[in-house]
Design a protein around this ligand. Structure first.
Ligand code: SF4
Length: 341
């Protein structure tokens, strides 16, 4: 979502974004990431990037991205082990959910402070229709189903519901399909930097209206239903801004570097020759102009329109969110008084 203040947690958080690997076993219809021709990050370089980030910023968020980071569980484990005692750091791991096994689940249970973000599209028809596996791979929804009960028991598990222009009309149905599978913590991600027709944008708006009604009803009933979009804002929709270390050890101000249209035009250094904080900030300031250069006006207009739809959803939900939060606090205070009496 665009540049709007978040509800809380509005302390600025420095972010280290590590591209563990560009490789991926899926070929999602809407994916902008260049997947081939770049070596994976090494565990040593991941640790080096973290130490550099800590020395510069003293703490913040570490986001493990790909490609599919769990194609390299050894690097993920090296990162989690390296930061396990550093309370100033929060770790986020994004995955397509096709590479879980008992060892990875044990690793996640051993690091309960890690926020695991799983990307899903909704009902299997849309999920598997858009998240096309490489030859020889099983449909990804089947792989997720195998481990979903275990994932739902993790303390910090969020599903990013990705919404393509072609499935916007079914976004509310897909949201309900995910809820029916026990998922209660969401991040909604409509496709940015894609062309959206007027009809598709209208479908997205209508679907988000239905989803907003679901949230309001759940909160009014005292149910815990979480929407991460309410708590984050970003200067550039979709792409992550921060101290970005790509899999080939180059350093960037944004993971826009992943997109084919951008290539390495955002590089400002390497792990051997890192940029100063001022050089990184100057490169970050050039990102909006670069976006205008590499995407067509239609795509930029679509992106802004999609972002406005998401912003309207959040703006509609804030009053219900605050009311539910205040009601919970009041009932907690009543329970405490009863307990103390
Ligand atoms: S799972 Fe992620 S990285 Fe892989 S193709 Fe899909 S969107 Fe791209």
């Amino acid at each position: 979502m665009g540049a709007r203040p978040p509800v809380h947690g509005d302390r600025w958080r420095a972010a280290l974004i590590l591209t563990v690997t560009r490789r991926c076993n899926l070929r999602c219809a809407y994916c902008p990431t260049v997947k081939d021709g770049v070596p994976d990050l090494s565990a040593d370089d991941a640790r080096r990037a973290i130490d550099l980030f800590l020395s510069r910023y003293g703490g913040g968020d570490i986001k493990l991205f790909g490609g599919e980071p769990l194609l390299r569980p050894d690097i993920v484990e090296a990162v989690l082990t390296h930061v396990s005692d550093v309370s100033e750091l929060s770790v986020y791991l994004s995955t397509n959910g096709t590479r879980f096994d008992a060892g990875i689940l044990d690793l996640l249970r051993a690091h309960p402070r890690v926020t695991l973000t799983l990307s899903m599209d909704g009902a299997p028809k849309d999920h598997d229709g858009l998240r096309r596996p490489l030859p020889g791979e099983a449909p990804s929804s089947a792989a997720i189903d195998r481990w979903l009960p275990e994932l739902l028991r993790l303390p910090r598990f969020v599903v990013t519901q990705t919404i393509a222009p072609s499935t916007a009309v079914r976004a509310a149905a897909n949201f309900r399909a995910l809820r029916a599978r026990g998922i209660g913590r969401f991040n909604l991600l409509p496709g940015y930097y894609l062309p959206w027709s007027a009809a598709q944008l209208a479908a997205l708006e209508a679907s988000f209206g239905e989803i907003a009604t679901e949230f309001e009803a759940a909160w009014a009933a005292g149910d815990r239903l979480y929407l991460r979009n309410l708590f984050v804002s970003a200067p550039t929709p979709f792409f992550n801004t921060g101290f970005v270390v790509d899999a080939d050890r180059t350093i960037h101000p944004s993971n826009l570097v992943l997109a084919e249209a951008v290539g390495d035009r955002t590089a400002v250094g390497t792990l051997d020759d890192p940029p100063s904080p001022e050089a990184l900030a100057a490169a970050a300031a050039r990102v909006p102009a670069l976006l205008d250069e590499v995407y067509t006006p239609d795509v930029m207009a679509s992106t802004a329109a999609v972002d406005r739809v998401l912003t309207r959803l959040c703006d509609r939900l804030y009053p219900a969110y605050f009311a539910a939060r205040d009601a919970r606090a009041a009932s907690g205070a009543r329970a405490a008084r009863v307990g103390a009496a």
